[in-house]
Design a binder for this molecule. Structure first.
Ligand code: SF4
Length: 248
């Protein structure tokens, strides 16, 4: 199996929160954004991680194959960081997983080149796609990303799929403003036919110790009230979509 090495930080087995069934989650290093609330800074900052050949990664993944064939079909989730940054290196692994009939999913911020997204859409079964700060000025200033690129990728993904899981981090002072929530709802309504479910992720400080370990300032993650989360959930349900509040 030819191919570039893959830069990753961790392989987490028996995960129940990263897609359907029991999953093996591969955390890839590197991200184009710097969300102030990121709970996985070890996948974004610094040089810690390991390079892995496609053959070795495939072997590691297939060790869990027996768990992918349960009543709810499990599989592999590529997370990060931003896994689509390394999609070309992952292609040999994804081709092999397809031939082994292993379900694949990806957790992406969509701030990647269209070429990388197109490659991912060729191989990945299920997309978890983020909606964070929904305006160009805020996306650039707070996340460090090009909102136009994000919107174009979102449109391409939603036009191609009918089962996207949208992930919305609800973070005090960043994504919880009435204006941002209205923008999210407008976009959700526009693509309702392409969305399987909306996960509302309540802000937390679980990653704080990781920042200290990396010698970084702690994340400024401000919580939001349960009332706001419940109202957000109801509003999204009102669009005819399934919404779930996640506390992980
Ligand atoms: S896109 Fe995800 S991994 Fe990247 S900085 Fe934001 S929260 Fe962290």
């Amino acid at each position: 199996m030819a191919g570039e090495n893959i830069f990753l930080t961790n392989i987490q087995r028996f995960s129940l929160h990263d897609g359907p069934g029991i999953r093996t989650t591969v955390f890839l290093k590197g991200c184009p954004l710097h969300c102030p609330w990121c709970s996985n800074p070890e996948n974004v900052y610094g040089n810690d991680g390991k390079y892995c050949t496609p053959e070795k990664l495939l072997r590691e993944i297939l060790r869990d194959k027996i768990f992918y064939d349960g009543d709810i079909r499990g599989g592999v989730t590529f997370s990060g960081g931003e896994p689509l940054l390394q999609i070309d290196s992952l292609v040999p692994v994804l081709e092999a997983l397809k031939s082994e009939n292993v379900h694949t999913s990806v957790e992406t911020c969509l701030y990647v080149s269209r070429k990388n997204l197109d490659t991912a859409m060729k191989y990945i079964d299920l997309f978890h796609a983020d909606m964070k700060i929904m305006n160009a000025e805020g996306a650039l200033r707070i996340l460090g990303g090009d909102y136009g690129l994000y919107l174009r990728n979102l449109d391409a993904l939603m036009s191609a799929r009918n089962d996207v899981i949208v992930r919305i981090p609800v973070i005090g002072g960043y994504t919880d403003s009435a204006e941002n929530i209205e923008s999210v709802k407008k976009i959700l309504a526009q693509y309702a036919g392409s969305i399987q479910r909306v996960d509302l992720i309540k802000g937390h400080n679980l990653g704080a110790s990781k920042y200290r370990k990396l010698g970084l300032d702690e994340p400024c993650c401000m919580g939001v009230s349960d009332e706001l989360m419940l109202k957000y959930e109801r509003d999204i349900s009102g669009l005819g979509l399934t919404a779930e509040i996640c506390r992980i």
